[in-house]
Write a protein that binds this ligand. Structure first.
Ligand SMILES: [Zn+2]
Length: 408
């Protein structure tokens, strides 16, 4: 079995956390910012030092390639992302990326050739914090999104993705698409949930990714003076919004144990105390591995919104912003990850990913799989996010052996 260099992994993980590192030990490295540029430059140097051919595509994805023996064999790709959430954690993304690079380091040190080329990739803007949608660059690469549409996406200051790429020097010369067929893609990521820790497992073997809907609803009421307007004549948009906020989780609970329903965003810009609230915008989400349950949550909530609007005599408008179908990974990738964990003596479990990841896009191009590392207390997208070095090490060893198995 291959074994990662634990000290190198720790030292690189520690180094990368300085680019956009926060006082509380987290990471604030939004996509295509100066911090992202510094991290990318550092990463490109690592690829270079490892003897890889580096190429950058038009959406800023960075690839490093180690040739295989068979010129006709298609590459095995491993990767993740360097960008973070605002005040996010230092493991989400970089662990998978440096884990992927570790395979190349170990192959070099052990002087091992592979039949297939091995490529390492840093996907641009996985998080979708500064620019939406999330996972936009793997989406372009996989042919799900149009490059020009994604170039035109803007941040809160009106800066486009294209301008931001140019600003940091990462609008690369390569077309943002696979230059050839790919054999397989593997990604190591932190679990971002509590299952592995609760079940006392060393690593997770991910069999697929949940689907989801994000839908935006706006309630329009009638602004009026609160004192003279009797309660039965109110058209209060905020009370309607309140009903929706409690209804969405209730619907999820009724649907199944696995369905998640959340109202995570609300926009109501008034601090007026004596005016009946007139306009509130919310975004609600349903997540499940079963696409029918996501659809059921969506439909039931649309029905519920009609009733809420009638009850409070307000208007409601809804439109779906995003829908991702769930993705089932490929058996050969799942088995490669599981076998690697077994052979290394790690205790693993099969599980679904409960959040979106680049592999859901890459799965359109080639066979795909994922390895999960333990997330302490299931926390992520926060500075408190933590994975012990032991758990990082187990997950990286699983990744590199699975990757080697596929590339060998
Ligand atoms: Zn991530």
């Amino acid at each position: 079995m291959l074994t990662a260099d634990r000290e190198r992994l720790i030292s690189l993980m520690t180094e990368q956390a300085e680019f956009g590192g926060t006082d509380a030990g987290g990471l604030h490295r939004l996509a295509l910012t100066e911090e992202d540029r510094v991290a990318r430059d550092w990463f490109c140097n690592l690829l270079d030092d490892a003897g890889l051919d580096v190429r950058i595509d038009a959406i800023g994805n960075v690839f490093g390639r180690r040739e295989g023996i068979d010129p006709d064999a298609s590459p095995v790709l491993l990767g993740s992302h360097l960008d973070s959430q605002p005040y996010g954690g230092r493991f989400d993304g970089p662990l998978g990326l440096l884990g992927a690079l570790e395979l190349v380091h170990v192959l070099e040190e052990e002087d091992l050739d592979t039949t297939h080329p091995v490529e390492v990739v840093n996907w641009t803007n996985e998080e979708g914090a500064r620019f939406q949608p999330p996972m936009m660059a793997s989406g372009v690469w996989a042919g799900k999104y149009d490059l020009d549409d994604v170039y035109a996406a803007t941040d809160d200051n009106g800066v486009t993705v294209e301008a931001a790429l140019e600003e940091i020097g990462y609008k690369g010369p390569e077309p943002a698409e696979p230059p050839e067929a790919y054999d397989a893609y593997l990604e190591l990521h932190i679990e971002q949930g509590p299952k592995l820790e609760r079940e006392k497992k060393d690593v997770g073997v991910v069999t697929g990714i949940v689907g989801l809907t994000w839908t935006e609803t706006t309630f329009y009421g009638q602004p009026n003076h609160t004192g003279p307007t009797p309660m039965h004549l109110r058209q209060d948009a905020l009370v309607a919004a309140g009903d929706l906020i409690t209804q969405v989780p209730r619907t999820a609970n009724k649907l199944s144990d696995t369905t998640r329903g959340t109202v995570g965003a609300i926009e109501y810009d008034s601090e007026a105390i004596s005016i009946v609230p007139d306009e509130v915008r919310l975004v609600w989400e349903f997540v499940d591995y079963e696409d029918e349950l996501v659809e059921a949550g969506y439909q039931r909530t649309l029905d519920e919104i009609e009733q809420i609007a009638r009850r409070h005599d307000v208007e409601a408008e809804s439109s779906e912003i995003t829908r991702f179908e769930s993705v089932a990974f490929d058996d050969r990738c799942i088995q490669a990850v599981e076998a690697a964990a077994d052979d290394l003596g790690y205790d693993s479990m099969r599980m679904h990913a409960g959040a979106g990841h680049d592999p859901m896009n890459v799965a359109e191009v080639c066979d795909t799989g994922m390895v999960f590392a333990v997330s302490e207390d299931g926390l992520s997208h926060t500075e408190e996010e933590y994975t012990s070095w032991d758990d990082c090490y187990s997950a990286v060893n699983t990744l590199i052996n699975a990757g080697y198995q596929l590339a060998k």
